[in-house]
Design a protein around this ligand. Structure first.
Ligand code: SAM
Length: 296
């Protein structure tokens, strides 16, 4: 629940989440294009490493937005089924042709609908990817339960999220100015006031978006728990940050407003890869596939 009773209550069901993303679809598409600064500079290098796409891979994208990552995967040779809850975003994605060699098949699917997810294929996909969307979903258990059925032999699930610890809606950036014996120091940091208790809050992904959206913030243990319970294991983890560059065109005049200039030591995102686990004698479940090899 929000800390401030004056703030609007978060929208915690799929219909409400869909309404907001439909209302924001045009704005989101215009801002995201084929990948915004954050996607291209922070996320994509990690996604590329963890996805480890090979020509001909069958990929499923959950919550694809305007389809920009799906088109990128198709350019890298994957055959992609890209899904999102928002029919308006899927409609916009359909207007943009994917430039092969792979193909993109776009579908409206709510990732909280386990049956709809399972209907996408049985042991079908080499890669399932969910980029910057788990924190937009009130429920992640249905996706976690469906994954072992969706992933083919050697398949991997790759996701990215806003960093659960450092990139929270209630963690303001703080600037400190001090005169230390004639030496002026300006330092910038984050104030982390809460982490462990999951919460739903209203926020904005991109300044200027028509409607605020709901975020469902979870600590790392609760983010991973449904996937671990479903029999997946963590195979790779990255905490990417902005690359070191002299000039940052997106940087505002005051450096402490800019994550890329002032908080480079603090990762704004977390990118992880999970695979079906090996046989665990303490767990009932089918583990037919050999463990995933990171050398793919
Ligand atoms: C921050 S956007 C990310 C879009 C895209 N993955 C990208 O990185 O460009 C979050 C997306 O999650 C989608 N979404 C939210 N809840 C969903 C759900 N239950 N099922 C499927 N998509 C959902 C929204 O419609 C939106 O497209």
């Amino acid at each position: 629940m929000p800390d401030d009773p004056e703030k609007p209550a978060p929208r915690a069901d799929s219909d409400s989440v869909r309404r907001v993303w439909n209302a924001n679809a045009g704005f989101w598409d215009s801002q995201m294009g084929e990948g915004n600064e954050f996607h291209l500079r922070v996320l994509l290098p990690s996604l590329e490493r963890l996805l480890a796409l090979r020509a001909g891979d069958r990929a499923l994208e959950i919550a694809c937005g305007n389809g920009q990552l799906a088109r990128w995967m198709a350019r890298h040779g994957a055959s992609v089924v890209a899904t999102d809850l928002s029919d308006q975003l899927i409609e916009r994605a359909r207007r943009k042709p994917a430039v092969g060699p792979g193909r993109v098949d776009l579908r409206v699917v709510d990732a909280s609908d386990e049956a709809a997810l399972r209907a996408l294929g049985s042991r079908e996909f080499d890669v399932v990817v969910c980029n910057m969307a788990l924190m937009d979903m009130p429920e992640i258990e249905p996706l976690a339960r469906a994954l072992p059925e969706l992933l083919g032999p050697g398949g991997r699930f790759v996701f990215s999220v806003t960093h659960p610890c450092f990139n929270r809606s209630d963690s303001p950036r703080v600037a400190r100015w001090s005169d230390e014996g004639g030496v002026v120091r300006e330092t910038v940091g984050l104030e982390i006031r809460a982490y462990l208790t999951p919460r739903a809050v209203e926020g904005v992904a991109v300044l200027g978006q028509p409607l605020a959206q709901s975020y469902f913030e979870r600590p790392i243990e609760l983010l991973l728990a449904p996937f671990l319970r479903a029999g997946l294991v963590l195979d790779a983890l990255e905490e990417p940050t902005f690359p070191a560059t002299e000039a940052d065109p997106a940087s505002p005049p005051r450096p402490w407003f800019s994550w890329s200039r002032s908080l480079r030591e603090i990762p704004p995102a977390l990118v992880a890869r999970m695979v079906r686990g090996g046989r665990n004698p303490r767990r009932d479940g089918r583990d037919d596939d050999p463990p995933h090899s990171p050398a793919r």
